[in-house]
Design a protein around this ligand. Structure first.
Ligand SMILES: NC(=O)c1ccc[n+]([C@@H]2O[C@H](COP(=O)([O-])OP(=O)(O)OC[C@H]3O[C@@H](n4cnc5c(N)ncnc54)[C@H](OP(=O)(O)O)[C@@H]3O)[C@@H](O)[C@H]2O)c1
Length: 210
């Protein structure tokens, strides 16, 4: 096993990992690094927000880009990008949900990036998955070393998330939501997006904007 210690929010850390991946022997890339910044956007330090974008957007994009040429040449490989169920939470207004504008937006990037990349790579033997768990029992929720979770929130064990992701990869799931049994709910999102795209493509202003 080879371990590289790197801060993916810093360009020298990301460069180091990127160069290692460019050696071309990675068959499974898991972009897992991430952290939450649950707070009102105006209270979030802009440096921390920038780090979040660096780790959860820039690093995911650059490390995928570094891994793909060799995977394409071999005709096999897989990329798992750890997103979050919160990538679908833009329309959720619940006061019990955390303030998450930057966190959820980075996860929306990951999910759309993965979905479009998977489509681009179809037929090349490479699987791309956006893994979208809800709440998982990890140090992600710790503040000052203690877990901070609302009571009664369903919490999944990390091993179950891993098993779902690998099962999803075998089934060719581009979006894996570990607790989702009714897959029709996910295809309904795709159907709604296509319907919105079709309805929003006109050359004329909608009457309500005139
Ligand atoms: N736990 C949840 O409820 C939940 C739900 C949905 C999605 N997720 C996602 O799952 C992924 C893994 O998080 P987790 O739940 O396992 O949380 P975690 O226990 O806090 O682990 C986060 C991991 O990301 C690494 N990391 C954070 N910032 C980094 C940086 N700047 N450079 C390199 N590595 C960095 C950490 O490394 P160090 O240990 O060295 O700091 C750690 O290995 C994240 O992308 C998170 O957004 C988590």
């Amino acid at each position: 096993m080879e371990i590289i210690v790197a801060d993916l929010a810093q360009s020298h850390g990301l460069d180091m990992v990127e160069q290692r991946i460019q050696a071309g022997d990675v068959s499974l890339l898991v972009n897992n690094a991430g952290f939450q910044t649950y707070m009102p956007f105006v209270d979030l330090s802009i440096d921390r927000a920038q780090e979040e974008v660096a780790v959860q957007v820039t690093a995911v994009m650059r490390l995928s880009h570094a891994a793909l040429p060799a995977m394409i040449a071999r005709g096999e490989g897989a990329i798992i990008n750890v997103s979050s169920l919160l990538c679908f939470s833009g329309s959720l207004k619940s006061p019990f949900m955390p303030k998450r504008s930057v966190y959820a937006a980075t996860k929306a990037f990951i999910t759309m990036f993965s979905e479009l990349l998977a489509a681009e790579l179809q037929g090349k033997g490479i699987l791309v998955q956006a893994l979208c768990p809800a709440v998982v029992r990890t140090e992600f929720h710790d503040i000052d070393g203690k877990p901070v979770l609302r009571p009664n929130v369903p919490v999944m064990e990390p091993g179950d998330v891993v098993n779902a992701s690998l099962a999803g990869l075998r089934q060719g799931d581009t979006i894996c939501i570990p607790a989702l049994e009714q897959v029709g709910k996910l295809s309904a999102v795709g159907d709604a997006n296509r319907a919105l795209f079709d309805a929003g493509r006109g050359a004329e202003l909608a009457p309500r904007y005139r």
